[in-house]
Design a binder for this molecule. Structure first.
Ligand code: SAM
Length: 281
């Protein structure tokens, strides 16, 4: 896991911006494009709850942007003070400017610009109860965000993005996580690197496949578990299907060919974590 502790920086400034032509507005607006996120290593999280969660989890905040009308909100004021202490700037704008930054007609009143944070492959050291999810070539940001949220919900450890995938830091993916992107580990690796990881996996590696001959409810998911999911269109590649210790199928009864990727991942995760989940917890 990457070191979450913020590096000491000089206290941040407070900027009041009214013009849509201001370079800071343009820069933040630019983060909705993948090439700018890649170049800057930054991304946007929208909403007071998400931003507060990220700051609490120790993610590095570069800018806190909020609407003028929420300046006196105690939570916003506290977040602004923490942001400045940690070296981030506080940017106070009108709602029109906020809408322009996030390309939304009804923008949230708060957004944060954060440094992207990924877990290094070498830091994946699964304990006996760990559950990791590997997503091969996931394409849909909504699916990825929903899966991160579900992984968080069941108390699984993290997600490994395998091969060429959608950007987990796109605004759509981050929105769909509802804040869970700040709570679960996220790693990225090539198919070759993942082949090595799965070959050395100490517990159960289970792939999900429409051609799986085993009902997913009959497997003993002895930990640590590595759950491997295929892409939305193509499913699991033959090479990765071959590398999985087990290939399971979720039985279906209607006319649908398959389940949505995020739904299938949810069904699997709740089965794998069945013994660990309780409504009393
Ligand atoms: N046309 C693709 C195929 O042939 O695999 C469908 C892919 S499906 C939309 C996306 C992923 O969700 C699959 O690769 C698999 O990991 C999982 N999945 C969906 N429905 C499933 C089912 N009934 N049983 C097992 N896995 C399923």
């Amino acid at each position: 896991m990457a070191d979450n502790r913020p590096t000491p920086r000089a206290p941040g400034k407070v900027l009041h911006i009214t013009s849509l032509a201001n370079p800071v507005v343009k820069e933040i607006r630019g983060l909705s494009l993948g090439k700018n996120r890649k170049a800057s290593g930054q991304f946007i999280a929208e909403g007071l709850k998400l931003v507060a969660e990220a700051v609490k989890a120790g993610w590095t905040i570069r800018r806190l942007v909020h609407a003028t009308r929420v300046t006196d909100d105690p939570l916003v004021a506290q977040l602004a003070a923490t942001t400045r202490t940690r070296g981030g700037d506080v940017v106070v704008v009108s709602e029109a400017v906020l809408g322009k930054m996030t390309r939304r007609e009804n923008p949230q009143t708060v957004l944060g610009v954060f440094d992207q944070q990924l877990t290094d492959a070498s830091a994946i050291r699964p304990g006996p109860a760990s559950v990791w999810v590997a997503l091969e070539q996931v394409r849909d940001p909504g699916n990825l965000g929903t899966i991160l949220r579900t992984v968080d919900s069941v108390g699984a450890e993290g997600v490994i993005l395998v091969g060429d995938t959608v950007d987990p830091f796109s605004m759509e993916a981050v929105r769909a996580t509802m804040g869970s992107i700040f709570n679960v580990a996220l790693a990225r690796m090539t198919s070759e690197a993942f082949a090595k990881l799965i070959a050395a996996w100490p517990g159960t590696s289970v792939g999900t496949h429409l051609a799986g001959a085993v009902d997913y409810r009959t497997v003993d998911y002895k930990g640590p578990v590595l759950l491997v999911m295929g892409a939305e269109q193509a499913g699991l590649t033959p090479a990765l299907a071959e590398a999985c210790g087990r290939l399971v199928k979720i039985p279906m009864a209607g006319k649908a060919d398959s389940l949505n990727l995020a739904v299938a991942t949810g069904v699997m995760l709740f089965e794998i974590r069945r013994g660990a989940l309780s409504i009393d917890a």
